[in-house]
Ligand binder design. Structure first.
Ligand code: FMN
Length: 345
């Protein structure tokens, strides 16, 4: 029997999610602008960038202002989740309670997969795989504090040759903490984001767990994503690096668009939208600095469209020009000029 179409709905806790294409949590990227972009292109569910439970507990002003802004229109096309991290159950309970009271989100997702040393050395992120009792306590605390459905996103293991400690933890989180779904990234924390994910292991988890499993890892284009979805049969797929500056992938997966590259005009229009909404979020000055991270992804979309020499590689000149633009209006002009110079291929 074929897997359900990606356009079919599924249920997380008592929440209906209208389709099976979701936006993965992306630190430093998945703010309301990027989540709303994913929703505009059809994602049925989006998870925020990770937010420190300690920063919320201690009411860190910048965290509350920048990371806890969720827009009502984000929820138009389906629910949204906030991802929290932290290894202290009491702090998690307090942060989860704050979120449930003050932030318009439907689900709390917990990060137990981040391999970055700064996070792991505090015992949070992927370090939680080695401390399953604390991981269970943190998940229980998030549920108690918020009363919302709680999900956990984790890795399959700590080390690439080790036991599948993340896989084993997933079952404990469901049994003992009542976690409502698992986001599974079947790579070890040790390899960070490299290598082929272990989809066979993910398929086994899908069979074993009584709750939905959402698949993450290696879903970089439509073909790869559909093949992994068929093999693993998760409740949904999570698009991460494949969707950076490429929301068209989401529409393609949902059958709303042919699997063709966006035109230069489409890229330029999306770039304009991103600039405007980011300026609304951060103010023009901060947006100018912050958006440098996003520019390469849009330049990459233009590459191969005929600009400027039908080169198949991202254009270095435009890239450099955008990186030197400290104002978004200059970046906008430079991208427009590049698009105007596009030669139809
Ligand atoms: C820049 C970047 C930031 C990320 N931030 C987070 C995060 O905040 N929380 C999380 O659970 N995973 C995070 N991830 C992991 C992704 O959600 C995803 O699991 C991973 O990229 C594998 O999927 P992919 O191979 O399709 O990119 C991040 C990945 C990248 C590349």
């Amino acid at each position: 029997m074929a897997a359900p179409a990606l356009t079919e709905s599924w249920t997380l806790g008592d929440i209906e999610i209208p389709n099976r294409v979701t936006l993965a949590p992306l630190a430093g990227i998945g703010n309301w602008v990027v989540r709303l972009q994913a929703k505009r292109y059809g994602a049925g569910y989006a998870v925020s960038e990770m937010v420190s439970s300690f920063a919320i507990h201690y009411r860190n002003e910048k965290t509350l202002r920048d990371l806890l802004t969720f827009k009502p229109e984000e929820r138009d096309g389906g629910p949204v989740a906030i991802q929290l991290f932290g290894q202290d159950p009491e702090v998690m309970k307090s942060a989860a309670a704050y979120v449930a009271e003050h932030v318009a989100v439907d689900v709390i997702d917990l990060n137990m997969g981040c391999p970055v040393p700064k996070v792991c050395k505090t015992g949070a992120g992927a370090a939680m795989l080695k401390d399953p009792d604390t991981a269970v306590a943190v998940a229980k605390a998030a549920k108690e504090g918020s009363g919302l459905p709680v999900t956990v996103k984790l890795r399959s293991s700590t080390t690439k040759d080790g036991e599948h400690d993340g896989y084993a933890l997933a079952a404990r989180l469901v049994d003992e903490a009542g976690v409502d779904a698992i986001g599974f990234h079947p790579r070890s924390a040790q390899v960070h984001h490299k290598g082929t994910p272990d989809y066979a292991l993910a398929a086994k988890l899908v069979d074993e767990l009584p709750v939905p499993v959402v698949l993450s890892g290696g879903l970089h284009d439509a073909e790869q994503t559909l093949a992994a979805y068929e093999q693993v049969r998760p409740a949904a797929v999570m698009i991460a690096r494949g969707g950076l500056g490429n929301p068209w992938l989401l529409s393609t997966l949902l059958g709303r668009r042919e699997d063709v590259a966006p035109t230069a005009d489409e890229v330029a229009a999306e770039f304009d939208w991103l600039l405007d909404r980011t300026a609304e979020h951060l103010g023009t000055e901060r947006a100018g600095r912050y958006l440098r991270k996003h520019y390469p992804w849009y330049v990459e979309r233009l590459a191969g469209l005929g600009y400027p020499d039908a080169s198949a590689t991202p254009d270095k000149q435009l890239q450099a020009a955008l990186q030197q633009s400290d104002e978004i209006e200059i970046a906008r002009e430079r991208l427009r000029a590049a698009v105007a110079a596009t030669v139809a291929v």
